[in-house]
Design a protein around this ligand. Structure first.
Ligand SMILES: NC(=O)c1ccc[n+]([C@@H]2O[C@H](COP(=O)([O-])OP(=O)(O)OC[C@H]3O[C@@H](n4cnc5c(N)ncnc54)[C@H](OP(=O)(O)O)[C@@H]3O)[C@@H](O)[C@H]2O)c1
Length: 265
């Protein structure tokens, strides 16, 4: 798929997300915290029950290097990383009962210091998977500004998504978000609640929440959207999912957005 096609696909997805709120983000990491085949079983049950169709969903999975995996490896550890990418995605498609995912993300670069040759090999393999129609959009996760700057020096194509843990005390990842905004990359913020417990408990957030008849969690998600993030939620409860979705209706005043942003360290 060419750049234009990917962008228009992204727009469609963005509208879908804005209309319906948070979508499904499926991690393919160590088996202890993620069980992708279980997600596939859940999806199959939802399709059978007529609750959703595949077209209603945005499915996102990841490629994770060996060091981020447990013993249930989704690929041959002796193979080149490019082959591991193919094997990993093939396994995900089988688990999820689909012929394509909507987004395929590099879970984290090989080194914390910069974009390596291994990352370049993985990214090119991911592009081939995308070009073969097995993934619509590509992303990278757990990246610094340095990773991104080096990445776009090496590759002609920027990611469609950057997915980062977003800490208020680190300025809500401001530099990376700015990089993304300038390049029309969608910034997916995760652990917005778990990484920012001090914000949820802060009188500024609880005051805004009380005035808006909302919860502090909803205020954090509304803030995230206000500053251009696509918030991800990790809830396992229907009640919280409903609240998280309802936060899409919550519009914060610019003063409230500024006040929450200024809670940054
Ligand atoms: N790229 C990566 O390395 C990476 C790593 C971690 C996560 N992620 C992605 O990011 C997503 C979110 O991450 P996360 O799980 O760390 O984020 P999170 O949404 O900050 O944390 C989830 C926790 O927040 C609680 N919660 C959610 N909505 C709530 C609400 N309205 N009120 C009160 N509590 C609420 C959940 O409890 P309940 O279950 O009780 O609702 C759960 O304990 C994940 O689904 C995953 O796809 C990516």
């Amino acid at each position: 798929m060419g750049r234009r096609g990917r962008r228009s696909g992204l727009r469609g997805w963005w509208n879908w997300r804005c209309a319906r709120g948070f979508g499904g983000s499926i991690r393919r990491t160590s088996g202890g915290i993620n069980f992708e085949a279980g997600v596939g079983e859940g999806l199959a049950a939802a399709y059978r029950a007529g609750i959703v169709t595949r077209d209603d969903l945005f499915l996102q999975t990841k490629f994770t290097y060996r060091r981020g995996q447990d013993d249930r490896l989704p690929y041959d550890p002796g193979a080149r990383v490019a082959v591991q990418v193919e094997q990993s995605l093939a396994g995900s498609l089988e688990h999820l009962g689909t012929d394509h995912v909507d987004s395929f993300v590099l879970h984290g670069p090989a080194s914390g210091y910069g974009w390596t040759d291994a990352d370049a090999e993985v990214w090119e393999a991911m592009q081939r998977e995308r070009d073969a129609g097995r993934a619509r959009l590509l992303g990278v996760s757990n990246v610094s500004l340095r990773h991104l700057e080096q990445m776009i020096e090496v590759h002609s194509e920027a990611p469609a998504f950057v997915q980062n843990r977003c800490y208020a005390r680190l300025g809500w990842d401001r530099e990376v978000r700015l990089f993304c905004r300038e390049r029309k990359i969608v910034y997916q913020g995760f652990s917005l609640l778990t990484a920012n417990v001090e914000v949820l408990r802060h009188p500024v957030a609880s005051g805004i929440a009380a005035r808006a008849n909302a919860t502090p969690a909803q205020v954090v998600f509304a803030f995230a959207r206000s500053v251009g993030m696509l918030p991800l939620t990790g809830t396992s409860r229907a009640k919280h999912m409903r609240e998280d979705l309802a936060s899409c209706e919550l519009k914060l005043e610019p003063e409230a957005v500024g006040a929450i942003e200024s809670l940054a360290g």
